[in-house]
Design a protein around this ligand. Sequence first.
Ligand SMILES: C[S@@+](CC[C@H](N)C(=O)[O-])C[C@H]1O[C@@H](n2cnc3c(N)ncnc32)[C@H](O)[C@@H]1O
Length: 215
Amino acid sequence: MHIIDPAVSDYLLAHCTPADDLLRDLAAETMQAFPGEAEMQVSPDEGQFLTMLTRLTGARRAVEVGTFTGYSSICIARGMPADGHLLACDVSEQWTSIARRYWQRAGLEDRIELRIGPAIDALRALPAEPVLDLAFIDADKASYPLYYEELVTRLRPGGLLLLDNVLMGGRVLSSDLPAGPGVVMRRMNEIIVGDERVESVMLPLRDGVTIARKR
Ligand SMILES: C[S@@+](CC[C@H](N)C(=O)[O-])C[C@H]1O[C@@H](n2cnc3c(N)ncnc32)[C@H](O)[C@@H]1O
């Protein structure tokens, strides 16, 4: 299912602040090195959206779950002040070795701390206090509800929790989904809309992005 008509999607992309040379190089290198996985990267307009939300909230303390080769982490870290801190979680040394190189080139290496290993362990090890300004979830779909719960409790009032791929290519609309990530995402979407701790909006940006703001 196309979430948005491809012509409209192209138009949106063409009328968004374009990616700079660094992000374009990162996208090209990712495509060359990992052609089968490159589509996991957030799109330029979603990246711009992440930068804008980070700036708008004045976020200094952020967490990313699912870093891959670094595109979204750069977009978030760029929106932070120089003393901002982004904890970036991923299981892959190979994919994140590219991210590290681009963080250096972007001059963001002091702002981003990479944690290799299951993200749920990194999140559970965070202090319990609600001090996070922003979090972005873009990793294994089956664990979204676990990541959501660990992060929402640690968000400060007014902090944002962003979730990618909440439409799963439209699969969440299907009434006869087999057990799997689609069912988990549908449950995730229902949990958020019924969660009194947040107010939320789901946007048809690429594969669907939810913004949940802690009350
Ligand atoms: C969709 S990609 C992230 C794309 C990234 N946000 C970007 O813009 O390039 C998902 C990432 O989640 C990571 N991942 C999968 N399972 C994980 C887990 N249990 N803990 C941490 N990271 C995980 C994968 O290694 C992969 O890099």
